[in-house]
Design a protein around this ligand. Structure first.
Ligand code: GLU
Length: 308
């Protein structure tokens, strides 16, 4: 196998927090240990929540950390032409159908839901006739049919993972009623066209991997390796989010050096024994997936305290 191609695909909706930095760091270390390439991509499908200013700050924070990228591919907001081509492929395969369900209808169904908060779609609009469709009189979302098939992979961090798309997800939306392509389609097309062979990101996205693997198979892209890294929790057990402004890069950069920050994350996640300042290149020499902890990482009070 050739050298890996990894990527970091942040949503530029604000400054990175420590959890984003951790995912970026592990992705970078994993590909750089093996002399691979690291690709940066801004996931700004949601143009109302994202901005060029936030994208600029993410690039600047990555530079400060010393996590250099080899190329940046086009942001998702400029890729709708590419997404349309793949959407049409699905249509040509007869796999798409329009869905008129409203948000409240979807939420009122008594269906179990996935860890990412989406509901298992019961197939309500799967069998609508042309006349029924015409009668609705508003723009539909488009769903792709999923077969009864279990998708399995061996995650570099979490180990064996399996999901039956039909019973655990259902037919899923690839284009919303307002014409915006959804993350699952965009990420599959972008990673596939960029030749990404290793996807490293937060463990909250592991449940998305089977949908992406299904689309990869339909589009003719090889499956990448996946590594879903632990989430970071604050000392009181909350998941870090961009709303926790006190843990964003602005606060971090004013309080510690980049190498101290990387050393802290590497020690907290099991990559090194003691939290000492360390450069990305030194850490890459030490990197091994086997050392990385699987479970969510709770930041210690001292770390949190130093950021207050
Ligand atoms: N854009 C997503 C985020 O910032 C990451 C998606 C991915 O890595 O596939 O959380």
């Amino acid at each position: 196998m050739g050298a890996p191609v990894g990527r970091f695909a942040p949503t530029p909706s604000g400054r990175m927090h420590l959890g984003n930095v951790f995912a970026a760091m592990v992705s970078w270390l994993s590909v750089k240990r093996d002399g691979g390439e690291w690709v940066l991509r801004m996931e700004d499908l949601d143009t109302l929540r994202t901005s060029e200013e936030a994208a600029r700050m993410i690039r600047e924070d990555l530079r400060w950390l010393g996590l250099a990228w080899d190329r940046e591919t086009a942001p998702q907001s400029r890729r709708s032409g590419a997404y349309l081509r793949y959407f049409e492929k699905l249509a040509d395969m007869g796999l798409l159908y329009p869905c008129y369900c409203t948000r409240s209808q979807l939420h009122s169904v008594n269906a179990p839901h996935l860890s990412d908060g989406t509901y298992v779609y019961p197939g309500t609009c799967r069998g609508l006739s042309g006349a029924q469709r015409a009668a609705v009189g508003r723009a539909p979302a488009w769903r792709v049919r999923v077969p009864e098939e279990t998708w399995r992979f061996s995650d570099l961090c979490q180990g064996a993972y399996a999901q039956d798309l039909a019973t655990e997800c259902g037919d899923f939306v690839v284009r919303r009623a307002d014409g915006v392509y959804v993350y699952q389609l965009a990420v599959t097309v972008d990673d596939g066209e960029a030749g990404v062979t290793q996807v490293v990101r937060g463990a909250d996205l592991i449940g998305s991997a089977p949908r992406q693997m299904y689309l990869q198979a339909l589009f003719g892209f090889p499956h990448p390796e996946y590594g879903h890294v632990p989430m970071l929790l604050s000392a009181d057990g909350r998941r870090l989010s961009k709303r926790d402004r006190d843990l964003d890069m602005g606060a971090l950069r004013s309080r510690m050096t980049a190498q101290a920050l990387l050393g802290y994350l590497a020690a907290a996640s099991g990559l090194i024994d003691r939290a000492e300042p360390v450069s990305p290149a030194e850490l890459a020499g030490e990197f091994a997936w086997e050392k990385l902890r699987k479970a969510d990482l709770r930041l210690d009070a001292a770390m949190m305290g130093s950021l207050e």
